[in-house]
Design a protein around this ligand. Structure first.
Ligand code: SF4
Ligand code: F3S
Ligand code: ZN
Length: 106
């Protein structure tokens, strides 16, 4: 499962669209090791298997697919592009079969 304490255990290394990207070792993401995208709504790309339930169920369409060619778990990931619109309903957290998502109402 995604580490809910990722803001302390990971380092912000990059930005993607308008959101942060975090990795454990402070190194830039690689094809195999993508890290976590987002902060308020955070998705661990190394855990996401592209199930799609989060995209289908989010009432305010926070997520969109992004390509991660050659990643071992899946070649697309749910990216929290519109995390600023999140209403903290927690549906995505509940429906993700691999617990790849953390939502922190802050
Ligand atoms: Fe969407 Fe609710 Fe998840 Fe926020 S908590 S990203 S509103 S499903
Ligand atoms: Fe990925 Fe979980 Fe969504 S596997 S596509 S974050 S439901
Ligand atoms: Zn992203």
């Amino acid at each position: 499962a995604i580490d809910p304490n990722f803001e302390n255990t990971h380092e912000e290394v990059d930005r993607h669209e308008d959101h942060r990207v975090w990795t454990t070792d402070g190194e830039e993401p690689t094809e195999d090791k993508q890290g976590i995208h987002g902060t308020h709504v955070a998705v661990d790309f190394d855990i996401c298997i592209a199930d799609g339930a989060c995209l289908e169920d989010c009432p305010v369409d926070v997520f969109e697919w992004t390509d991660t060619p050659d990643h071992p778990e899946s070649e697309i990931k749910a990216d929290p592009t519109y995390e600023d619109q999140c209403i903290d309903c927690m549906l995505c957290v509940d429906v993700c079969p691999v617990d790849a998502i953390d939502v922190d109402p802050g």
